[in-house]
Design a protein around this ligand. Structure first.
Ligand code: ADP
Length: 436
C-alpha cells in the first residue's frame, strides 16, 4: 500500500472518530442547555401570569392564546378539573393525579419532566396554587434525536472541509518527506543534510559502505598476497627440482635437497589449508554444528599434537587449570587454540616455556597462553591479526610462517564472542588472554 494512502486512511479514521465524539458531546450539551433554558423560561412565565391573574382575573388568559407555541397554560381546580387550557380543542381528563398538581395542592411549587400523555413529546411541567386554583404551565423541548438531527448538517460540512484539508495536507507532507529520501546518494548518504530522524539510518549506510570498501581492499590485498606467498615456496621447490633434474646435485646431497623440497611442500600445504579455511570463513561456507566443547581435553590433545614440535624447539609445555565447557564449533576452536599454542612454541627461545592455563575468574571463563619467547613490538601488536602480517620480518624469516594463523584466531573469537587480549614485551614473552 502506498504511504500516502496509509496516512490518508489514518487521517480519515482520526477525523471521523474526533467528529463522532464532538458530535455526541455537542448534542448532549445543547440538549442540556435547551432543557435548562425551558425550565428557566417556564418559571419566569409563571411569575408573569401569576401577577396578571391576580390583577386581571382569569379572563385575560383567552387573550394570550394566540402566539403560544411551545408553552401550554392550564388552570385546574382543586378537584383536578381543567377550567382553562390554552389547547382548548383537546378533551381533558382529570389532572388531579399529575405529580406537579399534587405538589401544588400541598402548597408547594410542583415541577416534573415527562412525556406528555396529551402531546406525546417530552415536556417540563410547573404548577403553583393561585387563588384556590392551580396554575400549570408546561413547555415542550426538543428531544436528543431532534437536536442531533439539527446539528448533523454542520457536522457533515465540517467533516467534508476537514477531509479536503487533510487530503491536501497529507499530499504536501508526503511529498516533502519522500522527495529528499529519493534524492539520497546511497554511496555517500551523508553528503547532504537530511531529517534528523533519518540521519541514524544514513550514518549506518555510510558505515556499511566504508566497511564494504575496507573488505574489498582487504580481499584485493589478500589475493595479491596469496599469489606472492604461494610463489615463494613453489619457486624454491622448482629450483631444487631443477638442480636435481640437471644432475648438478651430488648424489650424497640429493637426500638433503629432497628434504628441502619436502619442507617447502609441507609449508605450501599448511598455507593452502589456512587460505582455504579463511576463505570458507569469509564466505560463511563452513557447514558446522554447534556443540558443547570441553576445552581442557581439547587443549591437552593440542599439546600432544604439538609435543614433537616443542621437543624439536626445546620448549617445555605446561597445561593446568580446570574443565571449561563452551558451546561452539569444535573444528574452529581447535584451529584457534592450535594456532596460539603453536605460535607460543614457534616464537619461543631455546629452553623456553609455554604455560597454558584455563579456568574461571569470578564469573568469566579464561584461557591464558603465555610464553617466554621473543615478544612482539608495541607497533606490531595492533597489526599481527591482519592477514599475512608478520612482525619483525628479519627475525621471522628464519622461523617461517604464513601470517594467517592469528587472522583465523581473530575470526574464531568473533564467531564465539570471545574477547582476546594481548600483553607482550620484546625479548621477555607474550601472553594471549581469551575471555568468554
Ligand atoms: P605466522 O604464521 O607468521 O605465525 P600468525 O598470524 O600466527 O602468522 O602471527 C602473525 C605474527 O605475529 C607472527 O609472524 C609473529 O611475528 C607474531 N606472533 C604471533 N604470536 C606470537 C608470539 N607468541 N610471540 C611472538 N610473536 C608472535
Amino acid at each position: 500500500m502506498k504511504l500516502q494512502t496509509k496516512i490518508h486512511k489514518g487521517m480519515l479514521l482520526l477525523i471521523t472518530v474526533t467528529l463522532l465524539i464532538s458530535y455526541s458531546m455537542f448534542t448532549y450539551i445543547i440538549y442540556r442547555q435547551t432543557v435548562n433554558m425551558s425550565i428557566h423560561e417556564v418559571r419566569q412565565e409563571a411569575q408573569y401570569i401569576k401577577r396578571l391573574l391576580a390583577s386581571m382575573g382569569s379572563g385575560f388568559l383567552h387573550a394570550i392564546d394566540i402566539g403560544l407555541f411551545n408553552t401550554r397554560i392550564s388552570l385546574i381546580n382543586k378537584a383536578g378539573n381543567v377550567l382553562y387550557d390554552s389547547n382548548m380543542n383537546i378533551d381533558f381528563e382529570n389532572h388531579l393525579l399529575r405529580p406537579e398538581v399534587q405538589k401544588a395542592l400541598e402548597g408547594e411549587i410542583g415541577e416534573d419532566i415527562r412525556i406528555s400523555e396529551t402531546f406525546g413529546t417530552k415536556m417540563f411541567y410547573y404548577a403553583e396554587m393561585v387563588d384556590n386554583n392551580i396554575l400549570r404551565i408546561a413547555k415542550k423541548f426538543d428531544t436528543v434525536g431532534l437536536i442531533a438531527l439539527r446539528i448533523l448538517p454542520v457536522i457533515l460540512s465540517t467533516a467534508c472541509i476537514m477531509f479536503i484539508i487533510a487530503y491536501i495536507l497529507v499530499k504536501i507532507l508526503v511529498n516533502k518527506i519522500i522527495v529528499p529520501i529519493n534524492q539520497i546518494n546511497l554511496i555517500h548518504p551523508l553528503e547532504r543534510k537530511n531529517y534528523d530522524e533519518i540521519m541514524p539510518l544514513l550514518v549506518r549506510i555510510e558505515k556499511q559502505n566504508m566497511e564494504k570498501e575496507k573488505i574489498d581492499t582487504i580481499r584485493k590485498e589478500f589475493s595479491a598476497n596469496v599469489s606472492h606467498e604461494l610463489k615463494t615456496p613453489l619457486t624454491s621447490i622448482s629450483g631444487y627440482a631443477e638442480l636435481i633434474k640437471d644432475g648438478i646435485v651430488q648424489k650424497e646431497d640429493i637426500e638433503s635437497f629432497a628434504g628441502r623440497i619436502y619442507h617447502e611442500a609441507q609449508r605450501l600445504i599448511v598455507l593452502i589449508d589456512k587460505i582455504m579455511l579463511l576463505s570458507k570463513l569469509d564466505e560463511e561456507k563452513l557447514v558446522l554444528d554447534k556443540e558443547e566443547v570441553d576445552l581442557y581435553p581439547l587443549l591437552l590433545e593440542i599439546c600432544n599434537r604439538l609435543n614433537p614440535f616443542a621437543l624439536e624447539k626445546n620448549v617445555h609445555i605446561e597445561l593446568s587449570g580446570e574443565n571449561i565447557q563452551i558451546s561452539g564449533f569444535r573444528y574452529i576452536l581447535d584451529e584457534m587454540l592450535y594456532n596460539l599454542c603453536e605460535n607460543a612454541i614457534k616464537y619461543n627461545k631455546e629452553h623456553g616455556t609455554v604455560k597454558i592455563w584455563l579456568g574461571k575468574v569470578l564469573t568469566t571463563n579464561k584461557i591464558i597462553i603465555e610464553d617466554t619467547g621473543i615478544g612482539i613490538d608495541k607497533q606490531d601488536q595492533e597489526r599481527i591479526f591482519e592477514r599475512f602480517y608478520r612482525a619483525d620480518k628479519s627475525h621471522n624469516s628464519k622461523i617461517g610462517g604464513s601470517g594467517l594463523g592469528l587472522s583465523i584466531v581473530k575470526y574464531a573469537t568473533i564467531l564465539h564472542n570471545i574477547q582476546i587480549k594481548l600483553e607482550s614485551e620484546p625479548e621477555k614473552g607474550t601472553k594471549f588472554i581469551l575471555e568468554f
